[in-house]
Design a protein around this ligand. Sequence first.
Ligand code: FES
Ligand SMILES: [Fe+2]
Length: 398
Amino acid sequence: MQPPVLQPPVLQPIASERAPYNGLTKAEQTLPSSAYWDADNYQRDLDAIWYKDWLLVCREADLAQPLAFRTFRIGTQEVVVLRDDTGVLRAFHNTCRHRGSQLCQESEGRLKARLITCPYHAWSYSLRGDLVRVPSKSLPDGFDKADHPLYRVALSVWRGFVFVNLAEDAAGSAQAAFDPASGDLCNWPLETLVSGHVLRKVMNCNWKIFWENFNECLHCPGVHKDLSRLVPIYGRGLMGRHDDPEWARHADNDAPEFSGGLRDGAQTWSSDGQAHGPVFAGLTPAEHAAGQTYATSLPSMFIVGHVDYVRSVRLVPLGPEQTELTAEWLFAPDALAATDIDNIITFGTQVLEEDAAICEVNQKGLRSMRHQAGVLMPEEYDLHRFHNWVRDRHQAAL
Ligand code: FES
Ligand SMILES: [Fe+2]
């Protein structure tokens, strides 16, 4: 079978997005239910999407020191990302060129020398990936060390976040892979933020289920009671002003249930709605009023900017029905030193746990032999856009 052609890495807009009313006007089918549990479908997701796109792995600060490394699993693949002795970040398949042994066995650490040495027969590679030492007493004819460097993986840094791309012909950059229809976090000082908390969670659902849930708020009134109180428009099952077919009647109404901002008196996503520490200086009045600004890069991550902190969420598929989520809360260094962040962490964790739990419930129902596909409601226009993006990648096989 021919490998799928590399598609542009961004979501394609759908017509309704440009119209004043966002909602779908005709019934659209979901992906077939087998897309969420079938092993062949999962392999196609890996080949056509996860092994072709720019994927978030960590923050630059996680590899601050020379010789620091981390390993990451993406589907069936393992990648080692390291900072070399000259300060350059590099990524390789975590596989030796001799007989394919795993190279780095720990999930993170610091190399003991300026070499990566295979634990099996001690082939050694420079931190640039060149094979520099083979312990055999002699080398056979036709063998040249220069022909056996580590398998290199493309790496791109976007504003302090490290991305890799497993495609041998990886093109573009992490920056170009962001959905242009999502928000712009250029007024948030992302590069200088520091980690306040990390949440890791394995969810028993296909990775697409998480994104579908992310792309609609129909579930918000029932699933996110506290969040719906904080963001009143979510309590109406909507994500934004133009999701309401009657939006024009309320076009001048800036009450949060119509505008999408936070409830009166609230500043940020936290248990009491209050900012905990100084707010970022460079935000516009609109960004303050919005309460949350999202930037997304399918398939691996989104970031949401609030007035006083930022939260990133990274996904990685572990299997057809298992996805690992890593959420990280990022703060200005002085805010973190001076602020009690419990209110923020508790609230964000609650929302993520609510989403993870309902995603698992969704996954459980998809095995029904009678359920071939579902149907979308108008508010699920972004979900339809996501489905079309997946269909494009699968060459319309779904
Ligand atoms: S497999 Fe790595 S040195 Fe043999
Ligand atoms: Fe949700």
